[in-house]
Design a protein around this ligand. Structure first.
Ligand code: BGC
Length: 998
């Protein structure tokens, strides 16, 4: 996708939808809907994808799954059959010669998860395919446009490349370590002490290795407060800063393996038909061929548990090569593998990054050639002096190597790379890579003190700064990043903890220089620029937003601008935290795949973007992190800890959600063994089915406010819920006996739960909002107690002045549970509440992302404890599900949106709401508007699905559709009346209902 359209994707709201060809198509449908007598008018298949990706290269599923959507403007349209042709070349496909697979006419209304069932596919196989469908009357539509996929390298034996490193042969010239300043301080700033002398004294043989604690520091600057050590030191003639938490080990010099350049020159002796580069790294790489960058991914490969597997990327590089002399080169950095990561510390997976590449060239005459990484590759220091996610990146433009990625370079000064073996399994990239999404221009630039400029991008974002400066050679520009400003206008960086997030750029002095870091990222809204003597140009700093490039599927807008800002904050939270894996936050020294956060937000995420491929990959990381006993990690990839209720349960809830949203049974089949193992672990580590013990770090209803839900109760409730989902998963994949077994276990846990925590009057121990929300959502109560529990939940909200008290665990269930139990008015009041604590409180304070804590900043108290105060944590934004599923009323009534429920909540306080969701079956949209005492509800239902539509009204006579009394519209079937709503069944198409309210 080109940069222009990406910019729209990133920054536009709803505008994209108006430009969407399907929108125009469906709008046309609105005009002519219902009167089309011609068969199959405009009926066709589009949006062809393989394994959720468009024209992917490097698929290693032996039988990949295909999907498309059926587009048609006709009401009640259905696919009655389909035919897929798959050929080994585009030419054959054009001639309808399906030498790989002709499915024949298959009588089916399925359009997704269609398993390729042709000739066995071999490594590198190119597959060109198209599909046509038969409409509801049995008329065939046209063939779709052609799509393609290419298989990856299916067996380890396909790799002849060797892992290579860029290692200095002689390490005896290790430079001297000088401690310049060491400060031992409490994170809340209540005490601080200069410990430079005592730290410097502990340097032995040019190394420092010490545990940060009162004993080793020789004092306690603030007893009973969490502390950290800040060290400024010189090493190899360069200065560094490191912040390390109490009780962690500090090791210096870190010898941050500086990113290096690897390259090889080679000749190709014939014209080229096709060339594919398969490449990956233990670390991060950026590959170049003949002076051009390969692909548009950044921070590749995506984060996995490198002890088990690493993902390789496949790119078609035919256009970059030519007959004659060529060169391939790569920059290699540390990333998650050998840099600092959250609680894993430094060099968690390995010490020195390694690179692997296999360039496969097919000549026009059919001969093939491979250029692979091995001992013939050369390496050289790069201008990137150091790079690390937490520390930042340093670049000296004076050290750039001219023509480093081009043929004809004199490689005399280059050293030989060291080849070695790695036991890690290589698997294809199965998800959208991290890419640059858009560029943000600063809103303001202020000189906060002489020669110190602070740029405000107006949006808390994740990525890097693109710097554009012109200064004499040797000028060192320093960029510091922060999410917020202190009251005095300086950067608020305390909440970054051990992630200083500082980039340095040393100018080469050749005019305008443009630079952006390659192997780091920061979470920030404000950028401080120092080092220039003149005022920087207005475009000196722009923000380059990066994210896993999942395509946007949802838009929501309503009459309350504050809610629209909330939705924007949720989307920005997702964008900034779905970077390779679902993370907790992007700015401080954490950025981990926290399972609880992922689990609580996943349903919201599925509305905002197509996250099927993203989760297909991450769920493998989740399984990789499971212990032999069945304990899921608290973070995945697992860098330590595990077994906490609600966090570990992500290993069950997330695969189930992907199944519900995308109808993906294969994900259930793949993960069921791990899901069952987790539930069996919980059973074994319970007493009388109550989770009294072994709850790991046991975070409870994390960051709840003014309520304390029993952790044992939370553990037992999640045990029940996971068991139920395992039962349903078994049922979904055709394992009825196990389904029955786990349903029985669920019933037993439910009984134990009721006995222990629920009174005869329906009161649940602790009387907290989270306890009621969980019990209702997980169906833990007998039917007769459900209304009572809903009543107590509502009463507690009212007693708190229409405020919530839920933390991460309860927050996502609150609004749906209230609404489904007849308390929609209370849900709406909570949603529109803007006093503390509430979702709109942070919006009112000017937030542009979701805060970690309800009180991250308050006018009375200022900033919360900087030890844990992220301003970009999506968990509390899990109310996004309610915007789409509640206010917008778009919900899946069966897996994969085969049947749809349209049941919008007409919130008191809102006068309209427009919602769109591109489901796997096609676009679904609702748009409602109050006009005096009438409600207009426009609904779009994709072809090949049916929807149940709930319309608030007293009587059939009060409703029209496209101006006609609804009773006369034959495509709309009355079903029943319920809770002040009339319920209808419709097929696909566009509908325009108007109902008279009281
Ligand atoms: C993270 C959370 C996470 C939690 C565990 C925090 O430090 O930022 O989002 O879920 O630890 O309670």
């Amino acid at each position: 996708m080109n940069q222009e359209s990406k910019r729209k994707t990133c920054c536009g709201i709803f505008a994209d939808w108006l430009l969407h060809p399907l929108a125009a198509f469906l709008a046309l449908g609105l005009l002519i809907g219902g009167c089309a007598r011609l068969p199959a008018i405009g009926f066709h298949c589009e949006n062809l994808r393989c394994e959720y990706l468009k024209d992917p290269l490097g698929i290693d599923a032996a039988s990949p799954r295909l999907s498309w959507i059926v587009a048609s403007s006709r009401r009640g349209e259905k696919q009655t059959a389909y035919q897929i042709l798959t050929a080994s070349s585009a030419e054959l496909l054009d001639r309808n010669i399906a030498d790989l697979w002709d499915s024949g006419r298959v009588a089916s209304d399925e359009t997704s998860q269609i398993v390729y069932s042709g000739k066995p596919l071999i490594s590198r196989q190119c597959c060109f395919w198209k599909v046509r469908a038969w409409d509801r009357d049995g008329h065939p539509g046209d063939w779709s446009h052609g799509a393609r996929w290419q298989m990856g390298l299916l067996a380890a034996g396909e790799w002849s490349a060797h892992w290579i490193r860029a290692e200095a042969a002689d390490s005896s010239s290790a430079p001297t370590l000088v401690i310049r300043r060491a400060t031992y301080e409490s994170v809340d700033q209540s005490g601080s002490a200069d410990v430079t002398e005592s730290v410097a004294r502990q340097v032995k043989n040019d190394r420092l290795n010490l545990v940060v604690n009162n004993k080793n520091m020789g004092l306690d600057p603030s007893s009973n407060h969490v502390k950290q050590l800040r060290v400024e030191y010189d090493h190899g003639g360069r200065s560094f800063q490191k912040v390390i938490d109490e009780n962690r080990t500090l090791t210096l010099p870190d010898d941050l393996a500086a990113p290096r350049i690897l390259r090889k020159s080679f000749a190709l002796n014939s014209p080229i038909r096709q060339a594919v580069l398969y490449a990956t790294a233990l670390g991060l790489y950026e590959a170049h061929i003949n002076g051009q960058r390969v692909g548009d991914h950044v921070l590749a490969p995506d984060w996995t548990d490198y002890r088990k597997r690493v993902r390789y990327q496949a790119c078609d590089v035919t256009a970059l090569l030519h007959r004659g002399d060529n060169a391939i080169a790569a920059l290699l950095g540390n990333g998650w593998y050998s840099g600092h990561i959250g609680n894993g510390g430094y060099q968690f997976f390995g010490k020195v990054p390694a690179f692997l590449a296999q360039l496969e060239v097919t000549y026009s005459d059919g001969r093939t050639e491979r250029i692979v990484t091995d001992g013939t590759w050369k390496w050289h220091p790069s201008p990137i002096l150091s790079s690390d996610f937490m520390l930042g990146e340093d670049y000296d433009a004076r050290l750039e190597v001219k023509n480093w990625d081009e043929p004809g370079l004199d490689e005399n000064q280059w050293a030989a790379a060291s080849p070695h073996d790695e036991a890690v399994t290589l698997e294809a990239q199965v998800m959208e890579p991290v890419r640059e999404i858009c560029e943000i221009k600063p809103k303001t630039a202020t000189e906060s003190r002489p020669a110190c400029w602070i740029f405000d991008l107006g949006q808390n974002m994740v990525g890097v700064v693109r710097l554009k400066v012109s200064a004499p050679a040797g000028t060192e520009v320093t960029l510091r990043h922060a999410e917020m400003l202190n009251p005095d206008g300086t950067l608020y960086t305390k909440n970054l903890r051990g992630a200083p997030s500082i980039d340095h750029y040393i100018c080469k002095g050749t005019g305008v220089e443009t630079w952006q870091p390659r192997f780091t990222f920061h979470g920030f809204r404000y950028v401080e620029l120092t080092g220039l003597s003149n005022q920087p140009a207005s475009d000196a700093v722009t923000g380059i937003v990066i994210a896993s490039d999942t395509s946007r599927t949802g838009e929501f807008a309503c009459s309350d601008a504050r809610i629209n800002q909330l939705q924007s904050n949720i989307q920005w939270g997702q964008r900034g935290n779905y970077i390779s894996i679902p993370t907790d936050c992007p700015q401080r020294d954490e950025r981990l795949g926290w399972m609880g956060d992922a689990e609580v937000f996943i349903r919201t995420a599925t509305y905002n973007a197509d996250v099927a491929a993203f989760f297909s990959k991450w769920l493998v990381d989740v399984d990789d992190g499971q212990s032999a006993a069945g304990v899921f990690g608290d973070v995945s990839p697992n860098t330590g800890g595990g077994g906490a209720p609600a966090w570990g349960d992500a290993g069950v809830i997330c695969p189930w959600t992907i199944y519900e949203v995308y109808g993906d049974k294969r994900i259930l089949e793949r993960h069921l063994p791990a899901m069952i193992k987790w539930v069996e672990y919980l059973r074994l580590h319970s007493s009388g089915l109550i989770r009294q013990r072994d709850r790991g770090s046991d975070y409870g209803d994390w960051l709840s406010i003014g309520a304390n839900t029993s952790k044992e109760l939370i553990g037992t409730a999640f045990f029940a819920y996971s068991t139920r989902l395992v039962s349903r998963s078994c049922q979904a994949v055709g394992r009825p006996q196990e389904a029955a077994k786990y349903e029985q276990l669920f019933q037993d846990i439910k009984a134990a739960f009721n006995k222990r925590y629920v009174g005869a009057d329906g009161r649940i121990q602790g009387n907290t909002q989270t306890a009621y929300a969980m019990a209702l959502k997980f169906e833990l109560l007998p039917d007769d107690l459900r209304p009572k529990a809903a009543q107590y939940l509502e009463e507690d909200i009212q007693a708190k002045g229409e405020h919530l008290s839920t933390g991460f665990v309860g927050v996502s269930y609150l609004l749906p549970v209230l609404t489904q139990n007849g308390k929609a008015d209370t849900a709406c009041r909570l949603l529109l509440q803007d006093t503390f604590p509430s979702w709109l409180f942070s919006v009112k304070q000017g937030a542009t992302t979701i805060w970690e804590r309800w009180d991250g900043w308050t006018p009375e108290k200022g900033f919360q404890d900087p030890g844990m105060n992220s301003f970009n944590h999506y968990s509390l934004g899990s109310c996004g599900e309610y915007l789409f599923g509640g206010i917008g009323g778009i919900r899946a009534a069966s897996p994969g949106y085969k049947t749809i429920l349209i049941d919008p909540v007409i919130c008191d306080g809102l006068s309209w709401a427009n919602t769109r969701y591109d489901s796997i079956k096609g676009p679904i949209a609702t748009s409602w508007k109050l006009n005096g005492n009438s409600l207009q509800l426009k609904v779009t239902v994709p072809a090949n699905t049916t929807a149940t539509v709930c319309i608030p009204a007293r009587d059939m006579a009060d409703i029209t559709e496209s101006g006609k009394p609804i009773a006369k519209v034959r495509e709309v079937k009355y079903v029943r009346q319920e809770n002040g709503r009339l319920i209808f069944q419709v097929g696909s198409g566009a509908y325009d209902f108007v109902s008279k309210l009281d």
